[in-house]
Design a protein around this ligand. Structure first.
Ligand code: ZN
Length: 501
């Protein structure tokens, strides 16, 4: 190892300490810091994250990366270090083009927009959020002009979250889905619907936590390299591959929420726990592609978790922990966890109509960044699209355009990742069955860990070192297509709802 490479490694090792403390403070604030202790945590968090940011944008780091990029130095690096140097240099070059005062103003405006969004949502009044949204849009455009000069803005935004994705590709994928799913959902909704009355009741929270632990263990979440906390909204947070935290929320009347959140976050966590440990705490570790990440959480939640055979080996245990399920047959349970309904809220949607919630948001973002639709017209456009895709109209802004927080921190371009994840899942499923045989049979035989192992080897191990398109090409040997997902929906739901498709 050259002197220079050693110097970079020492530098990153020190930066890692600041990041570790930052992550820990954040986790503690979300899961356990008492109200009066919050301010001291915020102060410490600001201190440590600022130190890390300063190191990450310092001239010292820039000079090291520059020197290591010179052919003679670069060629002597191993593949992991080559990736780290190239990626860090690319990201740094982008970030450094943003004027410092613009970046600071953006961070401040983001915080204000976040607060305004919460207030507006509580009051169900879009006009309170509108000026902040406008500011977020303008600032995002301005920043993108610096980071990606000459590039079409919305394409650059998509690329931020799912490298290599652009509107042309997504138009094509989502267009195929729309064409097939609109008539499919019409048929489903016209068919006989499952009876959900048996699910009503009171479900003990301690027992729900036991079910969650059972599920996490079942799918392959390592308790030695992870733990569970309780938060308002479930999420996953990782320090490195040896310490990945998931959180959950428990509703006494809604046992399915915590169960499927556990499986979803468990999928994110299994990903992070199985990245090559040599990548820990570098840009090579912790997958940074949101579509690829969602493809794992959603594979566990939907493709596996909403398959009847997933539950076959553990359904009796579920009944032991939550006795209400003894009164519900596995068949009734299976129908309810796949109950298709046109609903207002994205996060509560079934896996089929969920696609429309994302297509709608994607089209809204295109309207904002390509067609320059003014902000005050957005609620109307939202409601028109809800009517078009889901045949329902929000009664107010809170259950309409204000329901998600993503636009309040300018995360434009993020939403499509969720559906891209499901599209990838259709492709993985097809390939997995080619290699390992029927998923139904594997699940029924309690061999879900074999599926986890396959995902570990094919996807998780590589962390961020493979871009989304490279992941798909390596796993499936072809380009991204929505066809397998469409086929999966048609096969599954024609049986569930007794349809002729
Ligand atoms: Zn997720």
């Amino acid at each position: 190892m050259s002197e220079l490479e050693k110097k970079l490694k020492d530098f990153l090792e020190l930066k890692k300490q600041y990041d570790h403390v930052t992550t820990l403070l954040y986790w503690d604030m979300e899961t356990g810091t008492p109200k009066l202790g919050q301010q001291a945590h915020v102060d410490a968090l600001t201190y440590f994250s600022t130190r890390s940011f300063e190191m990450g944008t310092s001239d010292e780091l820039e000079q090291m990366l520059q020197a290591l990029s010179e052919p003679k130095e670069y060629e002597a690096l191993d593949d992991t270090m080559k990736f780290i140097v190239t990626r860090m240099k690319r990201d740094m070059d982008k970030d450094k083009r943003i004027p410092k005062d613009l970046f600071e103003a953006f961070v401040r405006a983001q915080a204000e927009a976040g607060n305004a969004w919460r207030d507006a949502k509580n009051a169900s009044d879009f006009s309170m959020f509108a000026p902040h949204l406008e500011k977020m849009i303008e600032m995002r455009k301005e920043i993108t002009g610096y980071t990606d000069p000459g590039k079409e803005i919305y394409d650059a935004l998509l690329d931020n979250y799912e490298e290599g994705m652009d509107t042309e590709t997504i138009d094509h994928l989502f267009g195929d889905l729309k064409k097939e799913l609109i008539p499919l959902v019409k048929q489903i909704l016209a068919a006989k619907q499952p009876d959900d009355s048996k699910f009503k009741g009171h479900y003990d929270v301690d027992a729900q936590k036991k079910v969650q632990n059972l599920l996490l263990d079942y799918i392959g979440f390592s308790k030695d390299a992870g733990s569970v906390g309780e938060t308002e909204h479930p999420f996953t947070l990782n320090f490195n591959s040896k310490d990945v935290r998931v959180s959950n929320h428990y509703y006494e009347e809604e046992p399915l929420f915590a169960m499927f959140s556990a499986i979803h976050e468990g999928g994110h966590a299994i990903f992070e726990q199985n990245v090559n440990p040599a990548y820990d705490n570098t840009v090579a570790g912790s997958c940074c592609y949101m579509g690829v990440h969602e493809s794992q959480s959603r594979f566990y939640e939907n493709i596996l978790g909403r398959n009847k055979n997933f539950w076959l080996p553990i359904y009796d245990k579920l009944g032991e922990l939550l006795p209400q399920f003894k009164e519900i047959t596995l068949d009734e349970f299976y129908h309810e966890i796949n109950h298709v309904r046109n609903s207002m809220i994205r996060t509560e949607a079934d896996e089929v109509t969920y696609c429309f919630h994302i297509i709608l948001r994607y089209e809204m973002e295109k309207a904002i960044f390509r067609d320059h639709v003014p902000v005050e017209k957005l609620p109307e456009l939202w409601n028109e699209k809800m009517k078009e895709y889901l045949d329902i109209v929000p009664a107010n802004d809170a259950e309409g355009i204000l329901q998600d927080m993503h636009w309040s921190d300018a995360s434009f371009g993020y939403f499509p990742s969720y559906l891209l994840g499901s599209i990838y899942d259709g492709m993985y499923l097809e390939e997995l069955e080619k290699e390992l045989g029927s998923v139904d049979e594997l699940l029924a035989a309690g061999k879900i860990r074999e599926i986890t192992k396959w995902l570990n080897q094919k996807i998780h191990w590589y962390g961020s070192t493979r871009t989304p398109k490279e992941v798909i090409a390596n796993v499936c040997g072809k380009e991204v297509s929505a066809e397998p997902l469409i086929r999966y929906f048609k096969e599954k739901y024609s049986k569930l709802y007794d349809l002729n498709v």
